[in-house]
Design a protein around this ligand. Structure first.
Ligand code: FE2
Ligand code: FE2
Length: 282
């Protein structure tokens, strides 16, 4: 199987010309399967356009949500358009409309290889303890001049209608991943998450705001679920915007994000797109 992995396309920030380059590059690589590990766009229109464009050049596109894909303006939350609604209703509907397989909705099996996946969520298990930021900062998402915008736009209400703490969201989505693995009989499995499952994949910088935000990047429990199943040979994650390809706990752990234009370090659109798509022979 020829598999191409990518993530963090942020098409609504980077512009539609980036999608044209991506579509061309993917067509050139001619994979059997394209995995998109989240952060495509917040706009449903752009999400659908991206799905249709990619699906037109690949037989199977496997997608799961990124945090930006479940964002909604706070005024929409009151109308029931919460992050749960986007994750469990809007995004599966857009996938169905475009012929894309939604990994958040359930596992897939292609040519004997199982694919499981979840947006996942952070649970502060990748918090930089040495920073000494108070608990209230993590609860509000604000510290050292940084404001983590998921706290405004990605609202997952609990049964009482109040926003759940990130650890509770993370636990629900981790259990969904474990249930997908339990339901999969394939002997070889690829595990996809938007949130980073292994702390080794984080991008460390010596800046207080940056160090604070690392708490909102990973969830070690996702790594425990993936590495705890010996059938999982490849983990594909997004969210960090830092490319890496590592061996961790017996599996290959890949991050192949495009990220934001300002992070491309002078690369042209074509070069940035080429660097953000990784071809894997399984
Ligand atoms: Fe992203
Ligand atoms: Fe993200």
């Amino acid at each position: 199987m020829r598999l191409v992995a990518t993530s963090d396309l942020h098409i609504d920030k980077n512009g539609p010309e980036v999608l044209a380059y991506l579509r061309a590059r993917v067509a050139e690589l001619a994979p059997d399967v394209l995995v998109v590990a989240g952060d495509v766009a917040t706009s449903p229109t752009v999400l659908l356009q991206t799905f249709l464009a990619l699906r037109s050049v690949v037989p199977r596109v496997l997608y799961l949500a990124g945090n930006h894909d479940v964002w909604g303006h706070p005024t929409l939350h009151a109308r029931g358009q919460t992050a749960w609604w986007r994750l469990d209703q809007l995004l599966p509907a857009l996938c169905a409309e475009s012929g894309v397989d939604n990994l958040d909705a359930g596992p897939q099996e292609i040519d004997g290889i199982g694919f499981v996946g979840t947006l996942g969520w952070y649970d502060l298990s990748t918090k930089d303890e040495a920073l000494g930021a108070p608990d209230e900062a993590y609860a509000s998402g604000e510290y050292a001049g940084m404001k983590w915008m998921d706290h405004v736009y990605a609202i997952f209400p609990g049964p009482d209608g109040q926003p759940l703490p990130c650890q509770a969201v993370a636990a629900v989505l981790r259990e969904r991943l474990a249930a997908q693995l339990a339901a999969t009989t394939a002997p070889r499995i690829v595990g996809v998450t938007h949130m980073v499952p292994f702390a080794e994949q984080l991008h460390q910088k010596d800046h207080p705001g940056w160090r604070f935000c690392q708490a909102f990047i990973g969830h070690r429990g996702l790594g425990d679920v993936l590495a705890g199943d010996s059938r999982v040979e490849l983990s594909i994650a997004g969210h960090t915007h830092r490319r890496s390809d590592l061996r961790i706990r017996g599996l290959r752990a890949l991050c192949s994000p495009l990220g934001y234009r300002r992070e491309w370090n002078g690369m042209t659109d074509a070069e940035a797109v080429a660097a953000a798509v990784t071809l894997i022979e399984l």
